[in-house]
Design a binder for this molecule. Structure first.
Ligand code: SAM
Length: 389
């Protein structure tokens, strides 16, 4: 598909280039913020330390940088301004109808005064992690790491607090994860791998989130997704499923938005023992079993004990204890529809992507084709048949 044709079919692809975002995903985060006030505009000190998992090419980090470091406002703040403007327009119209004194100009003046100034936040720390290298972004600490690998925990902790001892560790306010595997096309496998990324992101989040903190992660809505919702609900007081308007309706992608983190005392998960995989008691020492928080003991029918994700009921979803997360579509109703094709404005010039991938998996193939010719190499004629060299 040509650039121009893609511009037509994907309004967010076009907008991302026009607004200087590295990926159209930026709009997903902005629209989630619109609904959930992720960045705490009213109390900015409550959102200054953030971890962005699976961050490349970096559009979510760009949003973080522009909101927290530069003090710009998107999402919630922009939405509030718009509502304010509408309310003011209605108020002015009412007053004019009633022969009141307020003139339209006065209303405009008020609005001018209410326009927010740039409000950079103090002590911002943003750590972005991805398997892929990411072009540098001002103010963002970047780690190239696998979020499923146990060594990533230590690297993330020292990126967050390079000089401080563990006792002084400053926790973070928000962890976001847009992790997605390279899709294989095998539906169940893709959903499974994606859920493993989510569990890894959750494990990392639990290591660094402050009580009351927020966690947002991409999720593929497969058939057993209720189990994940119920598990998240054990750790966060509020869990919603958000579907931003910029995410195609035809896609099974959505985002879990978990608010008000409530840690489980005595439980520190690590990536070597993923939160979703039960461990048989036979693999634990007596002391470990004794030290287990009550919620994590699963006693099987044969009397054996397993360490599992908090609370048995989260693993055995019966009708009575099944928990269905509320689903919220977010993004302005007049925002572009991700599934629609739009006519391009007259004289439209298709722009190049803001940030081409730094190390795309296809780079080697292109390189080899350039140097060796043919598909990957020159075609030889062997016994009348063609074969790749
Ligand atoms: N949020 C990003 C943005 O706004 O630019 C887009 C993220 S992209 C949809 C998904 C990312 O997940 C890819 O960059 C991929 O490298 C990353 N990813 C997949 N598996 C990963 C893993 N195990 N560890 C770290 N990153 C991973």
């Amino acid at each position: 598909m040509g650039k121009s044709s893609k511009d037509k079919r994907d309004a967010y692809y076009r907008l991302a280039k026009e607004q200087n975002w590295r990926a159209r995903s930026a709009f997903k985060l902005i629209q989630i913020d619109e609904q959930f006030d992720l960045f705490s505009y009213q109390e900015p000190h409550k959102c200054t330390r953030v971890v962005d998992l699976c961050a490349a090419p970096g559009s979510w980090s760009q949003v973080l940088s522009r909101v927290l470091i530069k003090g710009e406002s998107f999402g919630r703040r922009a939405w509030m301004e718009k509502m304010q403007k509408l309310a003011d327009e209605v108020r002015i119209a009412d007053q004019i109808d009633e022969g009141g004194e307020t003139s339209e100009e006065m209303g405009r003046l008020n609005l001018q005064e209410e326009k927010p100034q740039l409000q950079p936040r103090p002590n911002v720390k943003i750590v972005a992690i991805d398997l892929q290298p990411m072009a540098p972004l001002e103010g963002i600490i970047q780690l190239q790491a696998d979020i499923t690998h146990p060594s990533t925990v230590g690297r993330m902790l020292s990126a967050l607090n390079p000089t401080k001892s563990e006792a002084d560790f400053e926790l973070v306010d928000l962890v976001i994860s847009d992790g997605a595997p390279d899709v294989t096309g095998l539906h169940d496998l893709d959903i499974h791998i994606q859920s493993q990324l989510l569990y890894s992101a959750l494990t990392l989040a639990i290591r660094v989130l402050r009580p009351g903190g927020k966690f947002v992660a991409k999720i593929f809505r497969g058939k057993d997704v209720d189990l994940i919702y119920a598990q998240l609900k054990l750790l966060f007081r509020r869990v919603h499923i958000a579907k931003p308007r910029s995410s195609r309706a035809s896609s099974i992608e959505a985002f879990v938005v978990c608010e008000d983190y409530t840690p489980i005392e005595g439980w520190t998960p690590d990536l070597g023992r993923p939160v979703n995989v039960p461990r048989p008691a036979s693999a634990m020492t007596e002391e470990e079993i004794e030290a287990l928080p009550e919620q994590m003991r699963v006693v099987r029918e044969d009397g054996t004990v397993e360490l599992s994700f908090p609370r048995r009921e989260a693993r055995t979803l019966h009708k009575d204890n099944r928990w269905i997360a509320p689903f919220l579509a977010c993004g302005d109703l007049d925002a572009y529809d991700a599934d629609a094709t739009y006519r391009l404005p007259e004289g439209h010039v298709s722009l190049d992507p803001v940030q081409p991938p730094t190390a795309p998996p296809y780079k080697e193939a292109i390189e080899r084709r350039r140097t060796e010719g043919g598909m990957y190499g020159k075609t030889k004629n062997v016994g009348g048949h063609s074969s790749q060299a």
